[in-house]
Design a protein around this ligand. Structure first.
Ligand code: HEM
Length: 144
């Protein structure tokens, strides 16, 4: 993971400033891709959800270099996700969908290098979230 994520943050701010609402696109793509994932969001207020996702995602990207604060936050987020019904095998498709949305939102500014940086960051986020869910489950089962 890069010590700071200046390129990623700059590209995220650029996408948001382009005003194409990448978060709405992301959930639309995700729900079309996998109805079982869409079902986990039944009853969720998607206006609130989109805001929460964007706020959390921006915070994570801004603080990727701050491992001591962002890692525990991602582990807690992952533990909560297990309660929402998210399983480790969901993270691959969700990550690909996110990456595809980011690529489209970046338009001409997308480069191979930027794609690799985003992929690495998304994989790192998923790894920590899955790890957090796993630790939480082991604590609750009394294994730790
Ligand atoms: C890039 C990784 C992800 C990030 C940054 C993320 C972020 C968030 C955030 C910030 C929330 C709001 C609730 C909270 O803070 O606990 C949320 C809710 C939710 N996420 Fe994720 N998420 C990610 C991956 C996933 C995956 C892989 C799934 C599984 C399909 C998933 C399913 C859900 C569901 C179902 C909710 C709604 C919970 C409810 O209100 O009932 N997310 N996500």
């Amino acid at each position: 993971m890069p010590a700071d994520a200046t390129d990623l943050l700059a590209s995220l701010e650029y996408m948001l400033a382009r005003g194409r609402d990448p978060v709405t696109t992301f959930y639309r793509k995700l729900f079309a891709m996998d109805p079982t994932i869409a079902a986990l969001f039944a009853g969720v207020d998607m206006d609130v959800q989109r805001r929460m996702f964007l706020e959390a995602f921006r915070h994570i990207i801004m603080n990727l270099g701050e491992r001591s604060s962002v890692e525990p936050m991602l582990k807690r987020l992952g533990a909560r996700h297990a309660r929402y019904g998210a399983r480790p095998e969901h993270y691959g498709p969700v990550g690909e969908c996110l990456l595809e949305t980011l690529r489209e939102a970046a338009g001409d500014r997308w480069t191979v290098q930027l794609g690799l940086e985003w992929r690495t960051a998304i994989e790192h986020i998923a790894e920590l979230m899955i790890g957090g869910a796993d630790e939480d489950a082991r604590v609750k089962s009394g294994a730790i």
